[in-house]
Design a protein around this ligand. Structure first.
Ligand code: ZN
Length: 181
């Protein structure tokens, strides 16, 4: 998915989370965007390689350079988009540092949304390092402004509905032990 849709899904999840979490919408948004921090390896690399003025790669650069998916700069993205990384690293760390469950759920929302929205050689590898590719059915990562706007607006409206209906509760999106406190 595009970064704006990811952020707004995170904000929506934050809205549903317990009110005691300070700035829960912003925290949800950041957690939902965080798997793409790994893009800060391949995007600048390919941007420089493609001779762009701004060291950042556009979708057209990816389409022109399909070898990038076999390059080491692509690996961090596959790691952060793996449910094994989420389950074995992200969730245990959150539990250990007593961080809200919201972070883990928002992170997982990113992985789930990226599965249908990456297709062909750009597919996600949901159980990396195991080489199973999930072939999605569209390429939201290469969307233009109009598609991003429609997608983001849809989620934005859902978020505002959730806010208006005050759907958050003390034990929604909370760890089981957290619910009572
Ligand atoms: Zn992603």
């Amino acid at each position: 998915m595009d970064f704006l849709t990811h952020a707004l899904v995170g904000a929506l999840l934050g809205e549903l989370s317990p009110e005691r979490i300070k700035n829960r919408q912003a925290k949800g948004a950041l957690a939902a965007m965080s798997p793409d921090i790994a893009n800060l390896v391949a995007y600048p690399y390919l941007g420089i390689k493609s001779g762009n003025i701004i060291p950042y790669a556009y979708p057209r650069d990816f389409y022109a350079n399909p070898w990038i998916v076999d390059h080491w700069t692509w690996v961090p993205w596959e790691i952060t988009h793996s449910f094994l990384f989420w389950g074995l690293i992200v969730m245990p760390l959150l539990l250990y540092f007593k961080k809200p469950l919201l972070f883990g759920v928002a992170y997982a929302s990113h992985l789930l949304l990226d599965m249908p929205s990456h297709s062909g050689i750009w597919s996600t590898v949901p159980f990396y390092p195991f080489e199973y590719r999930f072939d999605g059915w569209f390429d939201a990562w290469a969307w233009g402004a109009q598609e991003i706007f429609i997608s983001a607006m849809t989620v934005f409206l859902l978020w505002r509905c959730a806010a208006a209906l005050k759907l958050s509760g003390p034990d929604v999106l909370a760890w089981p032990l957290e619910a009572e406190s």
